[in-house]
Design a protein around this ligand. Sequence first.
Ligand code: WTA
Length: 665
Amino acid sequence: MAEYREVKTYDIPARLKGKGTGSHDRPKPHIDEATYKSNYQASITKIDEFWGKLGRETIDWDVPFKTVRHGGFEKGDVAWFPEGQLNASYNCVDRWAFRHPDKTAIIWEADEPGQGKEISYKELLAEVCQVANALTNMGVRKGDAVIVYLPMIPEAAVALLACARIGAVHSVVFAGFSADSLRDRAVDCDARVVITTDEGKRGGRTIATKSIVDAALKECPKVEHCLVVKRTGSDVPMQEGRDKWWHDAAAAERAYCSPVPVQSEDPLFILYTSGSTGKPKGVVHSTAGYLLGTALTVKHIFDVHENDRFACMADVGWITGHSYIVYGPLMNGVTTLIFESTPVYPTASRYWEVVAQHKLTQFYTAPTSIRLLRRLGEEHVKGHDLTSLRVIGTVGEPINPEAWDWYNENVGHGECAVVDTYWQTETGAHMISPFPGATKTKPGSATVPFWGVEPVLLDPQSGKLIEGNEVEGVLAIKQPWPSMARTIKGDHQRFLDVYLKPYPGYYFTGDGAARDKDGYIWIKGRVDDVCNVSGHRIGTAEIESALIQHPGVSESAVVGIADEVTGQAICAYVALKPSFSYDSHEALVKELVLQVRRNIGPFAAPKKILVVKDLPKTRSGKIMRRILRKVASNEADQLGDVSSLADPSVVDGIIEVWNKDQAKK
Ligand code: WTA
């Protein structure tokens, strides 16, 4: 049976019933228990009717669709609303700019408190149009890829919407990735233009974005232009003919650009994500299905109403930022926040100052920030007026009940809905999550499926369906849903192999899960070689291939280890080439960490590096990570059967290194 701990069930909270402290007018939730149930049933049984209606209501179409859904998991040819034509930027900006031009679309909370600004829908429309025109002038056409390497500034949202306006496909690369990673992604998607800043700002520190782009572009022959936003005003070299300042390019353009209609299934964006093997995959999302999924989940999982001020604290470089900073909130015409800083800059009260100052109604972050803030103490939360909040959410990793309780008590004051939202880059939008006005919550459980999502548990070995409650297995999804990814850029076969072939007839999530006595889902984490550090998804294979590039390393194996704040941390075992000599152990470890930072980015740096003589391998040469995981979790006494190892004595050497490392502290 699962290890979940069912401590307590929480009822629908007071503020969702229009009650509780504070003087704000509280709208009635869109969905109550009965409507959730009937809608859910309709969403999986009367699929065409249910989704057809929502598709027509939620999106403004240039050409209406005829078919609601097409294809399936068997062939991997899923399509939604195929004949329809639409434009994402029109749906996110224009229709609101007509209806409420002066309403704030974006609140920018800059790194230094007080230096941010607000942008209205009217202003957003003008800027999106100017940048769309500038991109067109640079030769960008429908279907072309544009790399966005931007820190958390309003121009990030503008860049995405400007691409969408002309039918270009954006591919955002998180501004914490190294030049090598940026180059690989730009090459993989054939980008012609890169958008970046002179520098970035975060937590009082400066990030050298332009110089990283310059290094990457040395090996990207297809990139013709680089559009540079001035963020800090530092003197950065501009390459004649290639580099242009955003403000110059935009100012020279007309403040209108007519939106280019695209087919529902045309790609809106590519976003690279880690898998258990090989290089990162360029996950491709469609336009209509993705917009529908993000729009509906913002409306219903965050219970967003017209005058809400919604805040997702993720980075736009990850899917959470795409769906819940940019597309989802703007599809609902509400106000969204772009946060440039960190939860602890300048102090550990930053989040709560931001909530109070902007009277935020929804607040969405990762469990890792909650754990960090919990550790720093509730005095940082106390005294801030958080009564504007109605829904507080988490995403990216399992939330431990202690962190959930802390969030609920200190931030939500027991009066907000706490939504633990389970989803993935590939799913586009929330898959399993409480509905604020409809779902009783249990700390640590993502609870119930969103409309159209049929989660199933399968036996990992036989692939058989595990029915009933109080069971666990691997988590798969039974039917296509609108916002699911359609393919992997340039490699549809890999898409089939990774998601649709492992359990034929199902989409495989890569996660393990349990279903409790009430049918609630508890996500247990990845069952493959993917680590989750601070909610960032990192493939162990990527770190291994970074380490192997160091001249001294002959082999490496990376495992995730539990970490109190970051959820998981990276632990790398490396074996050195016999001929390799080095001065000091400390210097070598530093070099290896640097190697990973250079190849991937600082966020992937191993917390622990253990230099061992050999790695434990089976007779066929496969590294037995299970053993490495056990040792790194201080469970060397539970190794189990090691007789299939080519050389079982290797294990003793590894345990010895581990013990020595532990003794150092
Ligand atoms: C994990 C982030 C438990 C999971 C949106 C998934 C979660 C991976 C939760 C996707 C949650 C995400 N509870 N685990 N609420 N949300 N995960 O693609 O392992 O960066 O497969 O998407 O994060 O990470 P990704």
